[in-house]
Each structure stands twice: as C-alpha cells, then as structure tokens.
Design a protein around this ligand. Structure first.
Ligand code: ZN
Length: 277
C-alpha cells in the first residue's frame, strides 16, 4: 500500500495536553501562527473560563475545535460514584456544546474491584444513559480503546475489536470509536478492525504519537512521531483506506517535553508531523 506523504498542515490537530504548560490562549496563538488547523481541548484547559467565549476565541484564531477530552470513567463499585460519573459526563456534553465541538473522547474507565466484564457492563450502561443528551447536543461520543497496561483503572476497553463491539451494540449515531496509535499499534487485528469501524462509519478520531523504547513511565513518556517503534504512517494509511478524512491529532503526554521550551517543541511537533506521520 502506498501512503501519500503529508505535505501540509491542513489536517494537523494538537491536543492542549501536549503543550500543557501553555494556557489555552497561548496554545491558540502559537498553534495558529505555526499553521496548525485544529485543536482538541482538554477540560482542565477550560477551568474557570467562559466556555462559549473560549470556543469563539479558538475559531477566531483560525482553529477548528476538533473535540473535547475527555468523558468516561463509568465503572465503579460504588453506585453513588457511578451516578457522579454520569453527571460529569452530562456536564462534559454541555461543555462540548458550549465550546462548539461535535465530539467527546471517552476514556471509558475500569474499577480494579470489578472484573473487566463487569467494568464493561458499567461502561455500556453509562454510555447508554448519556446518549439522549449527546444526541440532543449534536455531540458524538468516541470510545477510545486504551492499551491493556491501563486495564486496571483507566479502561476495560483495550482493543479496537472491543470498542467496535461496544459501539455496534450501542447502535447509536451518537457513538463511535477513536483510534490512538499508542494504544493499538501492537494489535494483530488492527487492520481488520480499522476497516470494520470505517465500514460502519464509526471511526471518529485518529490520535498520533510514538512508543519510546524503553518507555520509562506508563503515562507520561510518550514520544514524538518517529521517536519510537510505532509504524505511524502505516496506521494512518489504514485509517485513510477505511474512509477517514478527519484530523491527525497529536496527543503526547511527556514530562520530558513539558519541561522544555514549548515554542521549540511545537516546531518539533510540526516537523515530526510532516516527516514521520
Ligand atoms: Zn488518544
């Protein structure tokens, strides 16, 4: 399969968490002047702000608000906390609507006090419960499978097959899946499962970064594309072959890069995007 190189930034989106030291205004200004076209907003970046005005500020900076990160964390042994999670997800839907984006990324959650099957049942019930609000707000919920190393507390959905199963079982136009190379690059069924979500119009988002070898921290040691062992370009090819034409979203948690000069880091991101994505 030949994969067209990325020759411009028209489909480059960056997650605010990637440049965490910047407030959202600085992120908007710098992304925009670097030629970035999309932004995915993490909810912490909206703390204490007028969300509607923030959305306008982003659009006025020439950025498309690609999605809000994140909802989810449905499973809990404690019914009160389960209800609190539903309330928080409904709040996220309101925030997405105010911000003017049509997508929320779901990190579905897991509770180590439950079996993975029980956690998945809570996830199914949780997403089912918020579909009416998501539909009313015109917001789609993207189930993001997480690498199995996070199956204890972050997500009981660990393969794209499981995410596809869940999305198909929920059978709602408000629900689809997100493919993140960091979580899925190892999966022998990846090609088949990407084709499957494409076929069902369920592929809502595509996240990129790299898996550094060795990885020294389970959460905050992601690499720039090209720095690790993930065949990012090949996976982008699969995603595009499945019919996806949305943004390539750079999502990097890195306690190393967060300590560096963020403007120089942004240049590195753009470079890694054009040469290794
Ligand atoms: Zn992701």
């Amino acid at each position: 399969m030949s994969i067209e190189p990325l020759t411009d930034l028209s489909r480059l989106c960056i997650h605010t968490i990637t440049t965490k030291p910047w407030g959202i205004e600085d992120a908007a200004r710098h992304y925009s002047s670097a030629g970035v076209k999309g932004i995915t907003v993490w909810r912490d970046a909206l703390d204490g702000r007028n969300i509607r005005q923030t959305g306008e500020m982003l659009r006025n900076s020439g950025l498309s608000v690609v999605s809000l990160a994140r909802g989810g964390f449905f499973p809990n042994t404690d019914a009160v906390k389960r209800q609190a999670a539903l309330d928080d997800n409904r709040k996220a839907i309101d925030e997405a609507y105010e911000l003017g984006t049509d997508k929320i990324v779901l990190v579905c959650g897991a509770d180590p006090g439950l079996t993975l099957e029980e956690s998945r049942k809570h996830i199914y019930e949780g997403i089912s419960a918020i579909i009416p609000e998501a539909t009313a707000a015109g917001v789609k919920l993207a189930i993001e499978p997480l690498h199995p190393m996070y199956a204890d507390t972050r997500s009981a959905i660990n393969t794209l097959s499981q995410a596809n199963d869940m999305a198909e079982k929920l059978d709602s136009r408000a629900v689809g899946v997100a493919v993140d190379v960091y979580h899925l690059w190892w999966d022998p069924d990846l090609e088949k499962e990407i084709a499957r979500c494409g076929r069902n119009n369920n592929l809502l988002a595509f996240h990129v970064c790299d898996w550094k070898s060795p990885t020294v921290d389970m959460l905050n040691d992601r690499g720039l594309m090209g720095e690790g062992c993930i065949p990012v370009k090949q996976i982008r090819g699969l995603v595009e072959a499945s019919g996806f034409s949305g943004y390539n979203e750079v999502e990097i948690f890195s306690s190393i890069y967060w300590k560096t000069d963020q403007k120089e880091y942004l240049e590195k991101i753009v470079n890694a995007y054009l040469n290794h994505t």
